[in-house]
Design a protein around this ligand. Sequence first.
Ligand code: B4P
Length: 304
Amino acid sequence: MSLGQKITTAFEKALASSHLFFIPSQLHIHPTHGIAFQIRLAPSLTKKPDGYVADKRNPFLPYDPAMFVHEYERHVVLLNKFSVVKGHVLVVTKEFESQMFPLNAHDFSATWNVMTQGGSQYLGFYNCGPESGASVPHKHIQLIPASTEVDDVYPPLQTLISTRKDQPGTPFSDATLPFAHGISLLPATPTPTTLETIYKALVQHAFRSARLDPGPCLQRNEHVASGVPDAAHPQASYNMIMTREFMMVVPRRVERAFGVSVNSVGFAGMLLVKNEEQLEVVKRVGPMEVLKEVGCPVGEEVKV
Ligand code: B4P
């Protein structure tokens, strides 16, 4: 059975047995800055079943066997228990590793395998650090497949990227985006080590363009392994998104703005709102303004 078939079969079975919650949502398209932003309204997300919100146990160790799809040497592929898009999966380390740790070639190996063998066009992402929108402290990369509701460019940010002619692996910033970031086009068949190298270069490029020190993001800081940074060991936050065409890193200043919580997916041009008020706020201030507020201002270039 192909990985794509495994994902579909596991999803249907987990949904039918009520182990997985499919969250209904309404899609609003909001074009601005040349990007057809998707704003997804999912009111029932605020009503996750009792126990899931307050429960501080690690949901991935042990994981719910009904979520299991596939395994690699160091990772398992699990269904997202609260799927807004059918087939949303997580690549989770088998042993505990902190979500504050940098990604490595093993993480990219498993993630790229799902991206190329999973049977869909995927947006991969990693929410790292306390302001990144992450809620689970056990290392996990997420993959959301293109939804069948829209047959548009996926993810919406791709519109900006497809016009670029930059050398694959060379970080650049796009002047359309009013927050510090780094983007690289990817080679067609990158090795896991190439992906790790590109990711590290992007963290450096993005943090330096915000005049921040990228150092702590690239170290396995054992002090924050539990997921709780302290004053002596503050942890920077950032989002990483990737498709088969590009990777992007965005340093984070805060987790929410205008009352709306933003994770990596927002920077791909897809915002999630949980009530009508939030939807109206995002439409009024504009998705790019929300992203600008939760991201970091671009500083003067620092030569290192
Ligand atoms: P985190 O990195 O910790 O945080 P998150 O994606 O922001 O998820 P959160 O749970 O805070 O989500 P929210 O209500 O805002 O990821 C943890 C992941 O583990 C999540 O995917 C979570 O659902 C999942 N999970 C928790 N318990 C689990 C279990 N026992 N077994 C398996 N998986 C488990 O948003 C809800 C969902 O919508 C999130 O998955 C989010 O990533 C996704 N989303 C956000 N924006 C979206 C958009 N624009 N379009 C579609 N989906 C979107």
